[in-house]
Design a protein around this ligand. Structure first.
Ligand code: MG
Ligand code: MG
Length: 261
C-alpha cells in the first residue's frame, strides 16, 4: 500500500531530508586522502544528534553504522572501516536521519582528490540521470516513466544499471511502497499521485550492471570490480509537480562547485 502524505507530513520529511543534506555538506569538507570512512561515520553521527535527529540507518535491519560508505567498486551498503581513502578513489556516502517520526534518506558520490576523466563522467551522468528521473515524477505519469528516464540516459553512455536495488517510498518508514527501479518501460507501474514521496536513487556502474554481495552480508560490489556511482534525492509530488526535499547545495558549496542541473 502506498502511503500518500499531506503538506504537514511533507514538511516533516523535508526537515529530516535537510538534516541529511547538511550532514553530507559537513562531510564534503572532510572527504580527502588519508581520512577513514569510520572517521566520517563518527562525525556524521555526532552532527545528526547535535541537530536533534537520530541516525536513520544505525540499527535499521541491524545495520551497524550511521553511514553507508561505498568505495570505488562498492555500489551501496558499504560498512565504514578504518582503511584510509586514497587520491583517485570515489566514495558514495548514503545517510539517513529520523526526526519527528519521519525519515530522510539521501546520497552523494564524492571524488577523493583528483579522479580519472572516465570516473568524473560517470559521476556527472549518474547525477544528471537522477534529475531526469525526478522531472518525470508528476501527476499523469507512472513510476516506469522515472525508471525509463534514468535507464535510457545512463545506458546511452554505455553504463550498467543495477537491477537488484531500487528507490522507494519514504515516510514514517525508511522503505515504503512503491519500489522505484532505475530501469523500466515508459507508462508502466503505479500512477504518480499528489502526496507521493519517493527516494529516487540511481546506482550506475562504469562496466557491467551485475553485482554481488560481500561476505559481510551488506556490501554490494560490482562483479567486474569497476567503479559505481550513487546519487539519491527525496522528492514529493506537490501541486502535481516534483518538489525536491533534499539538496546537494551544502555539498556543492563546500566543494566549491556550481551546479547546472
Ligand atoms: Mg539512501
Ligand atoms: Mg534510499
Amino acid at each position: 500500500m502506498i502511503i500518500y502524505k499531506n503538506r504537514e507530513e511533507i514538511e516533516l520529511i523535508r526537515e529530516s531530508a535537510l538534516l541529511v543534506s547538511r550532514t553530507l555538506g559537513m562531510l564534503a569538507a572532510e572527504v580527502k586522502p588519508g581520512v577513514t570512512t569510520l572517521q566520517l561515520d563518527r562525525l556524521a553521527e555526532t552532527f545528526i544528534r547535535d541537530h536533534g535527529g537520530e541516525p536513520g540507518f544505525l540499527g535499521l535491519y541491524d545495520f551497524p553504522n550511521t553511514l553507508c560508505t561505498s568505495v570505488n567498486a562498492r555500489v551501496v551498503h558499504g560498512i565504514p572501516n578504518d582503511e584510509p581513502l586514497k587520491e583517485g578513489d570515489v566514495v558514495s556516502i548514503d545517510c539517513g536521519v529520523k526526526m519527528n517520526g519521519f525519515y530522510g534518506d539521501h546520497a552523494y558520490t564524492f571524488a577523493v582528490g583528483e579522479v580519472s576523466e572516465e570516473v568524473k563522467k560517470l559521476l556527472e551522468v549518474t547525477k544528471k540521470s537522477l534529475y531526469l528521473g525526478i522531472e518525470q515524477m508528476h501527476t499523469g505519469n507512472r513510476i516506469g516513466d522515472i525508471s525509463h528516464a534514468i535507464q535510457s540516459y545512463t545506458e546511452a553512455h554505455g553504463y550498467g544499471v543495477v537491477r537488484e536495488l531500487v528507490g522507494h517510498g519514504l515516510g514514517r518508514s525508511m522503505h515504503e511502497k512503491p519500489e522505484v527501479p532505475n530501469y523500466g518501460r515508459k507508462g508502466s507501474g503505479k500512477r504518480i499521485k499528489e502526496g507521493l514521496v519517493l527516494a529516487i536513487e540511481p546506482m550506475i556502474n562504469l562496466g557491467t550492471r551485475h553485482v554481488q554481495q560481500l561476505d559481510d552480508g551488506w556490501t554490494i560490489i560490482t562483479r567486474d570490480r569497476k567503479v559505481s556511482a550513487h546519487f539519491e534525492h527525496d522528492v514529493a509530488v506537490v501541486d502535481g509537480k516534483p518538489e525536491i526535499l533534499s539538496t546537494f547545495d551544502f555539498i556543492e558549496e563546500a566543494l566549491g562547485i556550481k551546479e547546472k542541473n
